[in-house]
Design a protein around this ligand. Sequence first.
Ligand SMILES: Cc1ncc(C[n+]2csc(CCOP(=O)(O)OP(=O)(O)O)c2C)c(N)n1
Length: 636
Amino acid sequence: MSDSELLSRIDSPADLKRLPVDDLPALAEEIRNYIIEVLSRRGGHLASSLGSVDLTLALHYVFDSPRDRIVWDVGHQSYTHKIITGRREAFRDLRTKNGISGFPKITESEHDIFGTGHACTAISASLGLAAARDLLGDDYFVIGVVGDGAISGGMSLEGINHAGHLKKNRFIVILNDNEMSISKNVGALAKYLTRITTKNLYLQLEADVWELLGKVPHGSTARKLASRIKESIKNLVVPTILFEELGFRYLGPLDGHDIPQLIDTFSNLHQLPGPVLVHVVTKKGKGYSFAEEDAEKFHGIGSFYKTTGDSRSAESGAKYSKVFGETLTRMAREDDRIVAITAAMKEGTGLTCFAAEFPERFFDVGISEQHAVTFAAGLAREGMMPFVAIYSTFLQRGFDQVIHDVALQRLPVRFILDRAGIVGEDGPTHHGSFDLGYMGMVPNMTVMAPSDECELSRMLRTAGAIEYGPSAIRFPRGKVVGVDMSACDETVELGKGRLLSEGRDVSMIAVGAMVRPVVEAARILASKGIAASVIDARFTKPVDEELIRVSSEGGRPIFVIEENVIAGGFGDAVARYLSASGISAIVTRIGIGDLFVPHGTRDELLEELGLTAERIAGTVLLSMERRDTGSDGGAR
Ligand SMILES: Cc1ncc(C[n+]2csc(CCOP(=O)(O)OP(=O)(O)O)c2C)c(N)n1
């Protein structure tokens, strides 16, 4: 029998439905092997995907996608869904440039009802679909699948609140509970879910004892006694079903790997008026021992060796996140007002060492970026020094809190924006393309971008010293440059950039991770007879007015290079300053155009966006040639 005897026959949910239920566990096994095989080469979200194979098969077996709408929260667990909805072969190129996305995407398949990548959207989106369905007079099912981590986020709770009010029929929330967010799930709701699942174990245990007691001598007396004990314990142990109180019909907890039982339950849902919440318990990493044992490591991974689970990629060397975490931990030893906050990304943001050394000054607030920001504002108001570490893309969700709760009140919250710029394979939902704009436009905010890890260390100390208002440091995903770190503890001068080299023909002002390619671009330009000044902006807000003025002297054209959308980015700030000061200079912005950047490797995408040394030098050369021939180089 070939490895994928069953799977090779599945090109659509209709093919799946043709299999007898008895074959589904074997199919699940084949799918797990396939996911492990592909991800060992491509990387991706392994543990959540393995945990949801059985659940996905049961959903597609019972419901009729795409007529029935299945919406995945985050979407990192949707690989099985992709594989059985016509993308089995395409799955081999998962997350590669021009290959299929690692997340649901409405342009990719009619079965991808709603695009995701960020957490906590499934309930709101599904409820919107259900409301539209009713207004349009249709009657399909809408099913939102959400994890125990994501259900604790603000949007999910807002959605539950609204759903309890709207009382839509044929509206189902599947709570996929594996007790894990990326790390172990945190919070009161997580504890509550554990209590419900423990209750279920208790009832199961009780059933087993009951059966046993029937078989022993004097069993009926023992049963009577057990019955009384059971009643009194049950009243103590069984928690109220919160979801029922909020207007949902609650079913569960079910074993999320028992496909026949799941199918049975789902098949009966049409009889229940909605909304319904089905609580299924799954094992993150199910079926791959390394992922079961270390679900955190296998949440999102690069390529790895299947037989050992060891990482395959040459990702040796420190990462920016690590430098951040270690530097902040050192700073915290010197100042006990320093506290660190993460929204469910302890490991990813490099805060594991801080959490271990200062558990009482470390706060994992769960997937709750908005709360994280305002919580930090409260801490700052009482004189603490909060550092809020959130990926650039996820802080988008806390934008109003940054403005209203922090900046307006000039509270010294320090924002640490990891994964700023192009992140690579996770694609448009995860690129940090916007932060220079969304932080740069906020009054009272200071924004810094380090060009290497020594600069990051200095800027962390600088942010620590900024007491008059909020500040932000944005840095890229991945490995550091590898510079000497022996003298990186002093602060940098506030609001001042660095002139790295001087040249009379053009000025190139680079932001953060773009500094190194720009230094290289200047070398290429020098070899073509063009002398370029290179400036490391260091601060994108406030702009270093003096340095910009000097850069424009002698009529030099200015090029601003940033790994951020051009619209509202640093180049715009430079141009605004120049025009407000009456200085006429041509400013060419080199950055991300008016688009959502797709997925691919970071190198591929930077090349395509024109953000490599060669492409930057090429843009400058072209612009200079146009100037010389009198055609308009123009500012973008
Ligand atoms: C707004 C937002 N914040 C953070 C993340 C990063 N993230 C991706 S998956 C995940 C954990 C989700 O946990 P859960 O919902 O329980 O699903 P599981 O991974 O356990 O299947 C987190 C924090 C995100 N995708 N979106």
